[in-house]
Write a protein that binds this ligand. Structure first.
Ligand SMILES: C[S@@+](CC[C@H](N)C(=O)[O-])C[C@H]1O[C@@H](n2cnc3c(N)ncnc32)[C@H](O)[C@@H]1O
Length: 207
């Protein structure tokens, strides 16, 4: 943590931040919100060496686990914000993120805590600003009410469309999407998971 984290830090005080400038030779930048222990981030970083990946995670032990994995695998295309992803979304230059992931967000099951859920009209506005037209945003959850909550908010937002043609699209995880630690726990406990992909709508041609 003392040696590696300062080299990977993502500034959140710089307005209009172009995230490509944080990487040496990345062609595009992907964002993972709440990476937990980082297994999905490391998988994507290894599979896509020309993509720069930014992960946001307030949980200190998760950040430490990601750094250990990163050092073991000698990966250089990862950057870390130990903190709230919404702070980063606020300062990113518009249309600079090519793909984003929110895998198994904290469910906040009690009604009085729903306002703490990561998905909200405000964060969808932030995401719509930060994502490039055509960018994909992947969300997974094992909580049926969070699935309903997410679909309601995305479908009410005019910047996104849900990418699903058949039940297989939300019942089965895509091949390029490895199982996360939280997902493994959910499946072991007998809970079904849903995998949702939304696309940031391309700019409409004028009349
Ligand atoms: C249920 S865990 C899932 C972790 C991992 N994605 C997985 O599938 O194993 C949710 C994670 O989101 C993180 N988190 C919660 N709110 C966040 C926020 N505003 N920004 C970034 N991460 C957040 C939590 O610290 C926690 O590690």
């Amino acid at each position: 943590m003392a040696n590696l984290l300062p080299q990977l830090v993502v500034p959140t005080h710089r307005p209009n931040l172009d995230p490509l400038t944080l990487f040496q030779d990345a062609q595009q930048v992907w964002l993972e919100i709440g990476f937990g222990a980082g297994e999905h981030m490391v998988y994507q970083a290894k599979a896509h060496p020309h993509v720069g990946l930014i992960g946001c995670e307030p949980y200190l032990n998760g950040v430490a686990k990601l750094l250990a994995r990163m050092a073991r695998e000698r990966l250089s295309n990862l950057r870390v914000l130990q903190g709230d992803a919404r702070d980063l979304l606020d300062c990113l230059a518009p249309g600079t993120i090519s793909r984003a992931f929110l895998l198994f967000p904290d469910p906040w099951p009690k009604t009085r805590h729903h306002k703490r859920r990561f998905i909200s009209a405000e964060t969808l506005d932030q995401l719509a600003r930060a994502l490039k037209p055509g960018a994909l945003f992947r969300v997974a959850t094992d909580i049926p009410d969070y699935c309903r909550w997410t679909l309601e908010r995305f479908c009410a937002h005019n910047a996104f469309e849900w990418q699903a043609d058949s039940p297989k699209d939300w019942r089965e995880r895509a091949d390029d999407w490895p199982e996360t630690r939280y997902e493994a726990k959910a499946l072991k406990a007998g809970r079904n998971c849903v995998y949702l992909t939304f696309k940031k709508i391309e700019a409409q041609a004028g009349p």
